[in-house]
Ligand binder design. Structure first.
Ligand code: HEM
Length: 502
């Protein structure tokens, strides 16, 4: 087994090409004061332990927590957090209750949902200028009213309508890859971002949305994520609602880019000029039919932007990690190829094949376990409560971290290994230990959409191509809002001779 153990950004180690981008004076000072955890990755003839930060040897101090949160929200945990448990500590004036057992996850997200439905001020403040009162960050009456509306339009029974869009978009990317000159390199997070953006933008805005308009939304979201601040100091200093996030000109421009396109699409639909069957179309029609006061253009924009944001980046990062994992575990890749040959023969996979693509689905689930796109689920306690033996103060930060829960050594066999076969018989998985879509009333309404989309795109592309990451390239998981391969994933895509017969 080859051991790889490296410290990112250390002077004697070359930074991965493009490595986590650190721009500006504040970040330069930050990286001088703060040393990121070394990254572990181990590869053997028949086992693969994919990249993850080494647990810290001792608890970080407040300065390290603040700087660490700005660099990478998953890097600052000691090994005790990689076990099932519950803990309470303080950062400045704020109580943090850390919940990492299936039993207590159930208590917070299901049993006492009403007391813990509220997102933390960090998350609300970071996203409010972009999403307004959109479902992802709303709570109380607004959330209760909007949830059935949004859940209905992304519901799994509507998947067959979107299946063709998924097949077309993955097929189109495959055609582009076919035309690449031999040995050409692509950047996988960009490619997967383009793919899932094509799918979600057609699903949300309609098939006739102009390519440039869709690109403007994607660029706006990426720029917004770069400018988002993942640590709200005010909340820790005692302001229960946190401080407003000020992101400067770049952030304002990013928000305007997204809002402009989404508002135009909504106005076109309201004027009767949009595509029938798009999510925006359904949102407007359901909204007009609902008994209460109908949503105005801003509220419709917030919900459409929320669905786009929630459905784009999450699936894109999942698919990016999939290629990294498969490329390093050829024995799993063989299972996927054998299954595709058996189920589909020489034709392209379709949505109807998914129930029989068990390995493809298991690979996606194991990817979501190892790299949950939403690795932290921070909540704010509405009222004082008791979680197990821990007394929770009103307005405390209650933190559930799929990143840690999915790697707890007493809940999972070889938690850091890539072992998709653990999902082949799904009945053995504890639903409160595996929560990439969270659980309870706030569960991701797009779960089936995202799972089917990722599985289908994997099947269509894996049937035709092998993806070979750049030799020697070091991957690091970095979380700001979502968990992404920091610095991207450069790779070559090679046509498989025994893939689909075109
Ligand atoms: C692999 C793909 C996906 C993953 C891992 C994922 C994960 C999640 C998670 C963890 C949450 C809850 C966050 C929290 O409680 O803080 C969430 C919420 C949400 N997701 Fe997804 N998601 C995925 C795909 C999608 C897709 C494709 C859509 C839409 C088509 C979608 C729409 C939403 C919406 C609207 C919410 C807010 C729900 C609420 O607060 O009631 N997601 N997602």
């Amino acid at each position: 087994m080859v051991d790889r153990f490296f410290r990112t950004g250390s002077p004697d180690e070359p930074q991965s090409a493009g490595g986590p981008k650190q721009a500006g004076f504040r970040n330069r000072i930050g990286s001088w004061l703060y040393r990121p955890a070394p990254i572990i990755e181990r590869r053997g003839a028949d086992e693969f332990v994919p990249c993850h930060p080494e647990p810290l040897k001792q608890d970080p101090n407040i300065l390290q927590i603040v700087l660490g949160a700005r660099h990478n929200l998953i890097g600052g945990w000691t090994s005790k957090y990689y076990r099932a448990g519950i803990d309470s500590f303080r950062i400045a004036r704020r109580q943090i209750v850390f919940v990492n057992t299936p039993e207590h996850v159930k208590y917070v997200l299901v049993t006492r949902h009403a007391n813990f439905e509220r997102k933390s001020p960090q998350m609300r403040r970071a996203l409010e200028a972009l999403l307004g009162d959109g479902l992802f960050i709303s709570d109380g009456e607004t959330w209760k009213r909007r949830r059935p509306l949004v859940a209905d339009i992304v519901h799994k029974r509507r998947l067959p309508e979107f299946g063709q869009t998924m097949e077309d978009a993955a097929g189109a990317l495959a055609e582009e890859w076919e035309r690449l000159p031999g040995g050409a390199e692509v950047e996988l997070t960009e490619e997967m971002g383009r793919l899932t953006a094509a799918i979600i933008s057609r699903a949300v805005f309609g098939k006739s949305i102009a390519r440039e308009a869709a690109q403007q939304v994607i660029d706006g979201f990426s720029s917004f994520q770069r400018h988002a601040d993942s640590f709200n100091l005010g909340y820790f200093l005692g302001a229960d609602e946190g401080w407003r996030a000020f992101g400067g000109k770049g952030r304002r421009r990013a928000i305007a880019m997204v809002h402009e396109v989404v508002e135009n699409v909504i106005n076109a639909h309201l004027a009767g000029e949009g595509d029938a069957g798009s999510m925006v179309d359904l949102l407007i029609r359901r909204n007009q039919r609902s008994g209460g006061a109908p949503l105005d253009v801003t509220a419709l924009r917030n919900e459409a932007a929320t669905i786009f944001m929630a459905g784009h980046e999450t699936t894109a990062t999942t698919l990016s990690w999939v290629w990294y994992l498969l490329a390093n575990a050829p024995w799993v890749q063989r299972k996927v190829h054998d299954e595709l040959a058996e189920v589909c023969g020489g034709r392209a996979p379709t949505l109807a094949d998914l129930p029989r693509l068990r390995w493809c689905r298991a690979v996606i689930q194991e990817t979501l376990r190892l790299y949950p796109p939403v690795p932290l689920l921070p909540r704010q306690a509405l009222e004082a409560d008791m979680i197990g033996s821990v007394r929770v103060e009103k307005a405390a930060l209650v933190m559930i971290a799929p990143w840690l829960l999915h790697r707890a050594s007493d809940l999972w066999d070889r938690p850091n290994h890539f072992l998709p076969e653990r999902f082949l018989d799904g009945s053995r998985i504890d639903p409160f230990a595996f929560i990439p879509f969270t659980v309870g009333p706030r569960i991701c309404p797009g779960m089936n959409f995202g799972l089917d989309e990722a599985t289908l795109c994997l099947a269509i592309l894996a049937q035709r191509f092998d993806v070979v990451p750049r030799a020697g390239y070091r991957v690091e998981p970095v979380c700001r809002l979502t968990l992404r391969p920091g610095g991207g994933l450069p790779a070559r895509v090679l046509r498989r001779s025994s893939g689909r017969q075109s």
